[in-house]
Write a protein that binds this ligand. Sequence first.
Ligand code: DOR
Ligand code: ZN
Length: 345
Amino acid sequence: MTTVVIRRPDDWHVHLRDGPMLAHVLDFTARQFARAIVMPNLDPPVVTTADAESYRQRILAGLRPDRRFTPLMTAYLTDGTDPRDLAAGFERRVFTAAKLYPAHATTNSAKGVSDVRRIYPVLAEMERVGMPLLVHGEVTDPSVDIFDREAVFLERVLAPVIRDFPGLKVVCEHITTEDAVAFVLGHGDRVAATITPHHLQFSRNAIFQGGIRPHFYCLPILKREKHRLALRRAATSGNPKFFLGTDTAPHAVHTKENACGCAGIFNAPVALEAYLTVFDEEGALDRFAGFASEHGARFHGLPLNDGTVTLVREPLPVPDRLESQGVAVVPYQAGTTLPWRMVTS
Ligand code: DOR
Ligand code: ZN
């Protein structure tokens, strides 16, 4: 097959940032996706319905006029989240979901949740109104090895939450391990997961290939090869519990290439091409549309998109750097050539 046509897809996990970085990165997502779940980890974070309404306006104001792109907003849960504001924001369709960052787990998570039991009243309200919980699933206990933080989180934190809130919809975001695949498969339809292109394409060896490679550093960190293979099986299985979420997370080049570099991989410029390469390698091109354009929308109870995108089997050289608005970012797969390219309109 040399051409793949799918219903316009959605990205269920995106960092669009704000200010000049938002202006620089927004169109890379808007040109490929009809909708995207927008992460709330700005500084300060998007906590209230009013915060989300104003961030949404800044995103819409930055869109090219010919784009048909809908940002789906999320709330950043804190120890002090007001359950009534959150539920009202969901019922008014300002919020699509709420995001749990364990405090200090990742970029701009200092105001995250210090102990999940503190937000039990919030989770009860979310369960009542049907608002999905999106989870950054890593413990922050410094005594837990960084490569084990996801597996420990599932057992210590998420399993009790799922048990205590039997109606709560939960998305395990950017899963990275065979443990997470098994966890998602082991729970009912209300538990799903997103998977990134980088966790499908690279193991942790990539971070140390001939030297330290900061552009492969993200959180949760890349894991060993057996985990990558488990993720590839899950993503290409056709199971509707698994869907596309890039976790594209741009950082200015000097903050990545740094003695203490930021976590995040900027994959938006080549997201669909990277995922399609994986599905092609796995002999699963016929399952790509489900993963990219259907499973996530069905999980969230949203309509499928109209229109299509087309990808062709043609080389796509990826630039070393992308620069605009005075911001330079190194894209995922910089300097390589991907075997598929989206046909631009
Ligand atoms: O690598 C990451 N980057 N993981 C996250 O959880 C946050 C993200 C970011 O915002 O940069
Ligand atoms: Zn993220």
